[in-house]
Write a protein that binds this ligand. Structure first.
Ligand SMILES: *Cc1c(COP(=O)(O)O)cnc(C)c1O
Length: 267
């Protein structure tokens, strides 16, 4: 199973692992949005064979482009090192498995040349030291906005289980009963006051936000339950450059835009 942990959220990893273990299904975690998150004290990316992390511009650590894998599986890591483009210099990898693990893998695995260079690694290492502090800062900002929105009629903000150390680098809320027109008005109303919300129910992809209906590269699927959720789902990034006062202002604008749109809908 390739699990994409999205938007700083983790599912009930205990429940998921119980199902996967019962059926002998191996897990790879895409942690591009959950670097630093944990479930019951266990870090996202450490539940399956491997965790995959992106460090491109919009992720929790930023090296422009780049990313890395984590794993405790020596053979998996040996294959990844060969694939990444070590050639036969794999024993220079400072954290790689011992050379005997490469005995066959070095001959069986092609070179895909996706190396992380020293320059990028040097940019990332100091960011690792501030990751936990940054998660606290994101969560302060996230919770401030979430708590204001939670009190608004017609808005649903998902509750986070106590086992989840989430990363509030973005904020999601639902307007489960609102029409498409009302949601468009929320987006337009917030945008007019300088706050850009993303809506997952739009017909065509916008910015980073698309849904399965516009993915022409996969076989179309009928997903009515997913569609019902996406139809009312709004999303926003929370940059750390925003102060808590900025976030309070942003929350006020969203509350205002929601109120205006609902009023129009009712009229
Ligand atoms: C950004 C992202 C990726 C891919 O990362 P790149 O470095 O852009 O290849 C994969 N999965 C998720 C969920 C992401 O957000």
């Amino acid at each position: 199973m390739l699990l994409s942990n999205m938007r700083g959220h983790l599912c009930d990893m205990d429940a998921l692992m119980a199902v996967l273990n019962r059926h002998g299904v191996p897990l790879i975690e895409d942690c591009a949005h959950t670097m630093g998150a944990s479930w019951n004290g266990r870090k996202s990316g450490s539940f399956g064979i491997a965790g995959c992390f992106s460090t491109q511009t919009y992720k929790h650590m930023n090296s422009g482009e780049g990313g890395f894998l984590t794993s405790n599986d020596p053979e998996f890591m040996a294959r990844a090192i060969m694939l990444s483009g070590s050639y036969m210099l794999y024993d220079r990898h400072g954290a790689g498995p011992s050379p005997d693990v490469f005995k066959d893998i070095r001959l069986d695995t092609p070179n895909m040349s996706g190396r992380m260079d020293n320059l990028r690694a040097a940019i990332l290492l100091p960011q690792l030291a501030t990751l936990e502090t940054n998660i606290d800062r994101w969560n302060d900002r996230h919770d401030l906005i979430a708590n204001r929105l939670r009190a608004v009629a017609g808005v649903y903000v998902p509750n986070r289980p106590p086992q989840e150390r989430y990363v509030g680098s973005s904020f999601q809320f639902l307007m489960p009963d609102a029409s498409a027109e009302t949601l468009q008005q929320v987006v337009a109303g917030a945008k007019a006051l300088g706050v850009e919300l993303k809506w997952f129910g739009a017909d065509s992809p916008v910015g980073f936000t698309s849904n399965h209906q516009s993915w022409r590269y996969v076989t179309p699927q009928d997903l009515p339950k997913t569609d019902a959720i996406l139809a009312g789902l709004l999303d926003m990034r929370i940059p750390l450059t925003l102060s808590l006062e900025d976030c309070a202002h942003v929350a006020d604008i969203i509350v205002h835009a929601v109120g205006q749109a609902l009023q129009k809908g009712a009229a």
